[in-house]
Design a protein around this ligand. Structure first.
Ligand code: AGP
Length: 613
């Protein structure tokens, strides 16, 4: 989960690469570097820490030239340091590499290369790649063929980008397995490459994507793509509609706060072109779902990681309730090694913001291997999870930059609600009146979101009261049980406070022992079918001296009478309530982290897209 940018053309590559890396910093931010070719010499600058360190370094000792490649890192092998930062030079100083992923056989390769007299300058697995390329070049191969040999010898999921001072007319890039994307950007007399679209969208909106086991030779005027085995490929050229402004913070202090406040529009966008309010119908064209197959589906397995998995848990309740199809939710990192019972009559539905999460992609591969239909709900346009699926639903929320996912959590809640209606409609298990009522409720969502977000100031007040707590328990039931998990995850990942989400009914079977005056208990208790049960959970927590923060529906005096603090949400149809009850929890986590002065958008140890196991 690193960010890579490359440029070849008449302009100085340095500013293009540094600006591109800035837009990819959410992918990894513990060290960074770049290399450019200047008068036949490779010039490198690299540093530990944020990209701003590198920018300062380059300002102090400028470099310029082209082509150029750059990298922002999330360390896997070798601690974050200038020594382990990419790019890595080969022993000749004439070849340089940047890399995303893990070379799983790097220890054997390192031993072989060390035996040949190669001295390693870093602790990274990446360095073996450039030494191997030089090994093949020393045997007489040019950069492209030496790279091809190397790609066939390294194991694991990797994205590799190489340059040679002796072949200044090209950059060689390869995608071996699922180690994050490679986007090739088409310019006029210049070309670009990057791990993700935001890095290059200010220069071009015409892009191609490298598939797994493909490599590209990127020149000024042309990009040649072929398989690692040498078979020519003609990738489709896509035109990306995202405008660069969406990748700016605007008047907000953090991308996370901006993305929280984009949700009324994001949920409107995720319904765009899919909801026919007049007929009370849902259209999901990219899913390519036939009535014949819809009627044959025996089980749906939802697989994902982190926040996306919690969205899937809400989807389970929606699909089972509306479409009456059995649904199981399996964490992707478990699914891929569990020899799952799934087959041609089943669907594997993967949910992913980035569409590049290694565990989720591997789970999809496993589902495909077992013959299941592959569906995905994805935000990143053109990402692997979108491309390898038989059918997909794009979240349509635009780029999500903050590492803590917000709008890419609420959008799939609405997408699964629409999917459930679509499935039931095709299976003929939903009467017209009910279907129209369910569809009509969707019209309420943007306004309900806006009205909830307008209450940010109230949330901020409670955040000040909780800013110094060490632990926090989140409780929810039924369709809002996953919101307890999501609320706790948001607090954990950006404020570093230990928080636990728990099915409220389970509290009395253990966690209740944790409760005392120092343990805040967040109870998600809107007016839904589980409201009465949640009331007794609040009473149990209060009886042990817990400090209760309740998410409650406007006017709920019962909860108001019991809770220490109430975060109010407007009355919402219960099947849509998770998209509303989560909003105060997103804002609570955001304000606690921001009051604690933490780096909300780039929390320690995390990255936006987890492209390694
Ligand atoms: C959520 O805030 C985290 N960034 C993380 O849990 C994330 O949801 C998980 O890594 C899955 O990412 P994906 O949706 O891009 O696959």
């Amino acid at each position: 989960m690193c960010g890579i940018v490359g440029y070849i053309g008449p302009r100085d590559a340095t500013p293009i690469i540094l600006n591109g890396l800035k837009r990819l910093e959410y992918r990894g931010y513990d060290s960074a570097g770049l290399a450019v070719l200047n008068n036949g010499q490779l010039e490198l600058r690299k540093d530990a820490g944020k990209l701003s360190q590198l920018v300062e370094h380059v300002n102090k000792s400028p470099i310029q030239g082209a082509p150029g490649i750059g990298h922002t890192r999330w360390a896997t092998h070798g601690v974050p340091s200038a020594r382990n930062a990419h790019p890595h030079l080969g022993q000749t100083g004439r070849v340089v590499v940047v890399h995303n992923g893990i070379v799983e056989n790097f220890l054997e390769l390192k031993d072989e290369l060390t035996a040949e007299g190669i001295e390693f300058q870093s602790d990274t697995d990446t360095e073996t790649i450039v030494h191997l390329v030089e090994h093949y070049m020393a045997a007489g191969l040019g950069l492209v063929e030496a790279a091809r040999q190397t790609f066939q010898h390294i194991q694991g999921a990797n994205v590799v980008v190489l340059m040679s001072a002796d072949e200044p007319d090209k950059i060689v890039a390869a995608r071996i397995g699922n180690a994050g994307g490679v986007v090739l950007g088409l310019g006029e007399g210049e070309n670009f490459l990057a791990s993700d679209i935001p890095a290059i969208m200010e220069h071009t909106q015409r892009v191609m994507y490298l598939e797994a086991r493909q490599m590209a030779v990127v020149g000024r005027d042309q990009i040649q793509v072929e398989t690692i085995e040498g078979v020519p490929v003609k990738p489709q050229v896509h035109v990306v509609s995202w405008d660069p402004v969406t990748a700016e913070k605007g008047e907000y202090r953090h991308f996370m706060q901006k993305e929280i406040h984009e949700q009324a529009q994001a949920l409107t966008d995720t319904m765009a072109g899919r909801v026919d309010f007049a007929r009370g119908q849902i259209r999901l064209n990219d899913l390519k779902l036939t009535q014949e197959f819809a009627k044959r589906i025996e089980k749906i397995t939802i697989t994902a990681c982190g926040t996306a998995a919690y969205a899937g848990m809400v989807g389970k309740t929606l699909i089972e309730k509306i479409a009456r199809i059995p649904v199981e939710v399996v964490i992707a990192s478990e699914f891929r090694y569990s020899d799952p019972i799934i087959g041609p009559q089943d669907v594997l539905l993967a949910i992913s913001q980035s569409g590049e999460t290694a565990d989720t992609l591997a789970a999809m591969e496993e589902g495909k291997r077992k013959g299941a239909a592959l569906w995905s709900i994805v935000n990143a346009i053109g990402s692997q999870a979108m491309r390898i699926a038989d059918g997909f639903i794009s979240m349509q929320t635009g780029p999500e930059i903050g590492v803590a996912s917000t709008k890419a959590f609420t959008a799939p809640l609405i997408d699964q609600y629409m999917l459930a209606i679509h499935l039931a409609d095709l299976r003929g298990t939903l009467d017209e009146k009910t279907r129209r009522a369910l569809v009509a409720d969707l019209r309420l969502v943007p306004d309900l979101v806006s009205r909830t977000l307008e209450r940010e100031a109230e949330v901020e007040k409670i955040a000040y009261r909780l800013k110094d707590v060490h632990d926090c328990l989140y409780l929810g039931r039924g369709i809002n049980m996953p919101i307890a998990y999501e609320g706790a995850l948001k607090l954990k990942e950006i404020s570093y406070i230990h928080a636990e989400g728990y099915p409220a009914g389970e509290m009395k079977h253990g966690p209740i022992a944790l409760i005392d005056a120092s343990m805040p208990v967040v109870c998600i208790a809107p007016k839904d079918p589980w409201h009465a049960k949640m009331i007794s959970q609040i009473q149990q927590a209060k009886a042990r001296g817990g400090t209760v923060i309740a998410i409650a529906t406007d006017g709920d005096e019962l909860v108001q009478g019991m809770a220490d603090y109430v975060l109010w949400v407007p009355e919402t149809p219960w099947m849509l309530s998770p998209a509303i009850t989560v909003l105060p929890l997103q804002m609570l986590a955001y304000h606690i982290a921001s009051i604690r002065g933490l780096d909300v958008d780039q929390p320690r140890n995390l990255a936006k897209s987890v492209t390694v196991e």
